[in-house]
Design a binder for this molecule. Structure first.
Ligand SMILES: [Zn+2]
Ligand SMILES: [Zn+2]
Length: 73
């Protein structure tokens, strides 16, 4: 017996915004054309799974960055 695999399994994973809650879970981010970009329609958070050094500049991420111990004085 062979394992049943979906012939057309979507390759793109579902990305979820870590800041927005919708329907009892994290809000699903929308995949953008021209790359592996995902954007949250609510807060504007961006993610680029294929680029680990990418830094999002949305308000939420900026706030988190400002509150990090490195910038504390
Ligand atoms: Zn969001
Ligand atoms: Zn962000």
């Amino acid at each position: 017996m062979t394992a049943l695999e979906a012939p057309h399994k979507p390759r793109k994973p579902v990305m979820r915004c870590p800041y927005c809650i919708e329907g009892g879970g994290f809000k699903v981010m929308i995949g953008q054309g021209g790359g592996d970009w995902y954007m949250c329609a609510r807060c504007g958070h961006l993610t680029l799974p294929t680029d680990p050094v990418f830094e999002c500049t949305c308000a939420k991420c900026a706030e988190r960055k400002n509150r990090s111990p490195e910038t504390r004085r």
